[in-house]
Design a protein. Structure first.
Length: 101
């Protein structure tokens, strides 16, 4: 009888070890799959981050250009250009040539 008990315990032990091994393997597979998914998400996020950083740099440059234009619009030269282009005004010492059509 003790031999039968020993054999039964040995089988139960093997079955338990097999179940533990199966659970560990399943966990490793799930972790590996999730790891791949996370790497893919990370690549997408890094690409998006680079794109946003480029947009930030472009907008900062645009802001600088707008500030420079704002300073330029306060100059006498800009006022003269607008007066000439939009209003057709000229300085006293300038001669205007008009073409006949």
């Amino acid at each position: 009888m003790s031999r039968k008990i020993a054999i039964r315990k040995k089988r139960q032990n093997r079955l338990g070890m097999f179940l533990v091994f199966t659970v560990v393997v399943m966990l490793l597979v799930v972790v590996a799959i999730k790891s791949v998914e996370l790497r893919q998400k990370q690549e997408v996020y890094l690409a998006r981050q680079e794109q946003l950083e480029e947009q930030i740099a472009e907008e900062e440059q645009r802001t600088e250009d707008i500030k420079e234009f704002g300073k330029y619009t306060k100059t006498k030269k800009y006022a003269e250009e607008v007066a000439k282009d939009k209003l057709g005004l000229v300085n006293d010492d300038e001669i205007v040539f008009k073409y006949e059509q």
